[in-house]
Design a protein around this ligand. Structure first.
Ligand code: SIN
Length: 345
């Protein structure tokens, strides 16, 4: 009996190193996720329509880089900029179908799906970025983003492009009546259309990636956009007059395909939302600084006549745009307008 116990104890001692080795290999052996196929990793295709050198383009790259580092390559964000994968009118359908997983469309481009998003298009609705962010994350703003869920979309943040300015090749604009008769490129939004119609201009809906050509061919006289977008596409090189009007906000909701999002493991969702929080803070700061820098560059280049609206001018323009607010109230709802900082504070 003693002998049998001795054999068992000896055998057990022999196996201990083997057990240790096998435990070690299953818990500590490193994985090179980048060598795994796309089926074994999580791949997020992120399509957008602007250049790399813009607040959205830079933030998309930063997000991809941070996600790669923080997940050690297990989650890969593939960024397709400049509309190379899907263009303006295509990316939303591609996202809803699940062909891509993430987009960051301008709020105006959500108005086809949910017209109330045009609240962000109302001229002089917000005086600064803080007001926009507070509105989007406030009680009423959140009821709007929640509507996206009914369309298989989920919003995971808001990024800024900036405040819009006006450029054209016909005349300097300082009074809103100077816009009369001008053919102006706009994003697809009924409220932006009303903004131009109200002051006697002719708005034309044109995809972002073709604005340069349309200006060059003389199919439109001017356009409105943020300085980061204007300079990244060199639109100012085709125009003679720029008005710093800051008349409207241009920003983006970051949208995941909801079905894709819901299937992600909880720890992956947490990694993504934490990273998006960090990138958003960085992006807001970056967008503001970039637009200031671009204004400085334009001032220095003396390549376009720059006009600033005074506080008095802005008061006049705001009055002229009252019918656009009436249009929104009549066609969509009072609720979103009443919650704007200018009416609720
Ligand atoms: C964008 O910033 O995504 C494009 C905006 C535009 O269409 O003007």
């Amino acid at each position: 009996m003693k002998q049998l116990f001795g054999i068992i104890a000896f055998g057990f001692l022999l196996f201990i190193p083997l057990i240790l080795v096998s435990c070690q290999s299953s818990t500590q052996y490193p994985v090179d996720y980048e060598q795994l196929s796309e089926d074994q990793r999580i791949v997020i295709r992120f399509s957008h329509v602007v250049g790399e050198d813009t607040p959205k383009g830079m933030a998309a790259r930063k997000f991809a880089q941070l996600v790669k580092e923080r997940s050690e390559g297990y989650i890969e964000v593939q960024v397709f900029s400049n509309g190379t994968l899907y263009k303006d009118g295509e990316e939303m359908n591609a996202l809803q179908r699940g062909d891509i997983q993430l987009i960051a469309p301008a709020t105006s481009k959500l108005t086809n799906l949910i017209p109330e998003f045009a609240i962000y298009d109302l001229p002089y609705a917000f005086r600064n970025y803080e007001e926009v962010h507070a509105y989007a994350n406030g009680e009423v703003g959140l009821t709007l983003t929640e509507k996206l869920n009914e369309h298989n979309l989920i919003s995971v943040g808001i990024w800024d492009s900036g405040f819009k300015q006006l450029s054209n090749s016909i005349r300097p604009i300082s009074h809103y009546s100077d816009l009369r008769g001008l053919r102006m490129r706009i994003m697809p939004s009924d409220v932006i259309e009303q903004q131009f119609v109200t002051v006697g201009a002719n708005p034309k809906r044109i995809d972002f990636n073709t604005v340069f050509n349309q200006l060059q061919e003389g199919n439109v006289d001017g356009q409105e956009n943020t300085l980061s977008n204007i300079t990244s596409k060199k639109l100012h090189s085709l125009q003679s007059y720029l008005t710093i009007s800051n008349h409207g906000y241009l920003g983006y909701f970051l949208l995941f395909n909801l079905e894709f999002w819901n299937k992600l493991p909880k720890d992956v969702q947490t990694l993504l939302t934490d990273t998006l929080q960090d990138v958003q803070q960085w992006q807001w700061q970056f967008a503001e600084e970039m637009n200031e820098e671009k204004l400085q560059d334009i001032e220095n280049c003396s390549c376009i006549d720059v006009n600033y609206l005074s506080e008095e001018d802005i008061t006049e323009w705001e009055k002229a745009y009252i019918p656009v607010y009436d249009y929104y109230r009549k066609n969509y709802s009072d609720k979103y307008v009443n919650a704007l900082p200018k009416f609720s504070n």
